[in-house]
Ligand binder design. Structure first.
Ligand code: PGA
Length: 260
């Protein structure tokens, strides 16, 4: 599997009860297996709430599903008196490969700063997790600073100052497109992705610039192919549409909609 294998990531946010979560994983995996999903060519990952991770891990391992598991957040601390926090080592022992860091809902509702997110990236690497660093501009920032400035600055802030840079993924999610039904155009997603990749190359070197850059914000089966057709965007981070197995499987089958 190359580093730029497309990644289809489903962020469930704070949705579904435990039984619904198990049912969704089963349905998703059966649907994808039925459709002869080529797991080597398209990686699929789900991000259930923390409370579902243990059961998700058991189910995925028992059924030998190839879907990857991720968490929606991570503590910057390793262990100790931090009530309510979940550490990176807890996540990696539950089979998580990925962790979302700096989703705009965390930045907005929990005041997560660039400094905190930088520490969370470090905590992810310390526990062999791959951070999916979420970046994106608000509508106001779009109007005053253009589309690339904020996502580029947030990317550099999350990756700066580390002794070594491990594997990471960037998810470009314009805040104005999340859960709103408003979607960036494929050309916009492509342009921002190019700007982020150029900034990574300039600041952190060639290997880091081979990292995957995803688009997120109102992605559905009907619009996914447009984002992935050019090869500049390496996958998608899906919120609402990841709660429906058929719809999410349809997104994972994006290649069927791309006319080469
Ligand atoms: P949405 O959410 O697909 O519901 O717009 C995307 C996200 O928040 O990651």
């Amino acid at each position: 599997m190359t580093k730029r294998t497309p990644l289809i990531a489903g962020n469930w946010k704070m949705n579904l009860d435990h039984l619904q979560a198990i049912a969704l994983i089963q349905k998703l995996c059966w649907t994808l297996n039925d459709a002869d999903h080529n797991w080597d060519q398209v990686e699929v990952a789900i991000f259930p709430p923390f409370t579902d991770l243990r059961s998700a891990q058991t189910l995925i391992e028992a059924e030998k599903f190839e879907v990857r598991l991720g968490a929606q957040d991570i503590s910057k601390y390793e262990s100790g008196a931090y009530t309510g926090e979940i550490s990176g080592s807890m996540l990696s022992k539950l089979g998580a490969k990925y962790v979302l860091i700096g989703h705009s809902e965390r930045r907005q509702y929990h005041n997560e700063s660039d400094e905190l997110l930088n520490a969370k990236v470090k905590a992810a690497w310390a526990n062999s997790l791959v951070p999916i660093i979420c970046v994106g501009e608000t509508l106001e920032e779009l109007e005053t600073q253009g589309q690339s400035a904020v996502p580029v600055a947030q990317t550099i802030a999350a990756l700066s100052g580390h002794e070594t840079i491990g594997e990471f993924v960037i998810a470009y999610e314009p805040v104005w497109a999340i859960g709103t039904g408003k979607v960036a155009t494929p050309a916009e997603a492509e342009a921002v992705s190019k700007a982020i990749r150029a900034a990574i190359l300039e600041n952190f070197g060639g290997e880091s610039a081979q990292s995957r850059i995803l688009y997120g914000g109102s992605v559905k089966a009907a619009n996914v192919a447009g984002f992935l057709a050019s090869g500049e965007v390496d996958g998608v981070l899906v919120g609402g549409a990841s709660l429906d197995a058929e719809e999410f499987a349809g997104i994972a089958r994006f290649q069927k909609h791309i006319v080469l």
